[in-house]
Write a protein that binds this ligand. Structure first.
Ligand SMILES: NC(=O)c1ccc[n+]([C@@H]2O[C@H](COP(=O)([O-])OP(=O)(O)OC[C@H]3O[C@@H](n4cnc5c(N)ncnc54)[C@H](OP(=O)(O)O)[C@@H]3O)[C@@H](O)[C@H]2O)c1
Length: 278
């Protein structure tokens, strides 16, 4: 079976932007779909086409997919857009799109019922209901978000709970590279209705803290002002944060970045990193 070559990426933000670049590097045809008024369209990489479309209009989106002969829709929309993903799926179905990659790119959402993860699993079930094949990619936490997750801008490495449950962490660059690699090299039969699980590394938050030496002393907290951060720490603490990395092998020969490499933590850089915070 021939491979997919024509992709639409919706919402080229933190992870969508690198996915667009990686798809283009792999020789794919890529259309970036942005909302009216978005600033993304002015920052697109060379080679990407763009279409400005109202994401609340399935017919307008379907017309854009048809115009560009889109085979695969990759949704990388951010949190506020997740409740409207069914509209993107309806549009893809209308236009005869062959594969939908939903905005997952986190911990496994299988069987989750609440919050962002519950919303993502509900959407995956919707894709099944309308008969649109999907590819879900679970990556654990983005390594790039670890400083945010642990509030190191406070001068401390903050952990809610004991911090001794293992979780998967993957660099955004590897998530984007893997997504583009599998989408452009595997046959549809291996992609349609598949779930891939990758990880750059598996560590407890205490092990991550140790990578910073004594630059950011661990501080145990009961809660964070940010509800989502509190929820993420509890989720990791519950032991559900690992993906297992069973799909890493699909990117044969790839070197997966660990935390020190992705965050450029070296003995020399530590004092610079430390001095950039209070
Ligand atoms: N595992 C992790 O640690 C981790 C970390 C970050 C993200 N993620 C996941 O990765 C996926 C993508 O997240 P991201 O951080 O890359 O997204 P993002 O950069 O916050 O947003 C991506 C794009 O979504 C588009 N969008 C569409 N509808 C929107 C709406 N109603 N409100 C705001 N933006 C909207 C915007 O594009 P336009 O303005 O061009 O239309 C925006 O640039 C999500 O599923 C998220 O949960 C996981």
């Amino acid at each position: 079976m021939s491979k997919y070559t024509s992709f639409a990426v919706i919402g080229a933000g933190i992870i969508g932007g690198p996915i667009v670049n990686a798809l283009l590097s792999n020789g794919a045809s890529v259309v970036v779909i942005t909302r009216p008024g978005s600033s993304t369209a002015s920052k697109l990489p060379t080679g990407a086409k763009s279409a400005v479309v109202d994401l609340k209009s399935a017919s307008a989106l379907a017309a854009a997919f048809r115009e560009h002969n889109i085979e695969v829709v990759v949704s990388t929309i951010g949190h506020p857009g997740l409740p409207d993903q069914p509209i993107l799926a309806d549009a893809a179905k209308l236009a005869g799109v062959k594969l939908f990659v939903p905005s997952e790119f986190g911990y496994s959402t299988l069987g989750q019922t609440e919050g962002e993860l519950g919303l993502k699993d509900k959407f995956a079930k919707y894709l099944v209901e309308i008969g649109l094949p999907s590819l879900r990619i679970f990556v654990g936490g983005f390594i790039d978000f670890l400083p945010w997750l642990t509030e190191i801008d406070s001068g401390k490495f903050r952990i809610l709970g004991k911090g001794d449950s293992k979780a998967s962490f993957t660099a955004a660059e590897d998530i984007a590279g893997f997504t583009a690699h599998v989408l452009t090299t595997l046959p549809p039969s291996q992609l349609n209705n598949a779930i891939f699980r990758i990880e750059g590394t598996q560590k407890t938050l205490r092990e991550v803290a140790a990578l910073y030496g004594d630059a950011f002393p661990v501080e145990q907290v009961d809660t964070f002002p940010d509800e989502f951060r509190t929820w993420l720490h509890r989720f990791i603490e519950s032991g559900q944060g690992t993906t297992g990395g069973s799909s890493n092998d699909l990117w044969e020969g790839h070197h997966w970045k660990g935390i020190t490499e992705a965050l450029k933590i070296t003995p020399e850089s530590l004092s610079t990193i430390r001095s950039s915070y209070p």
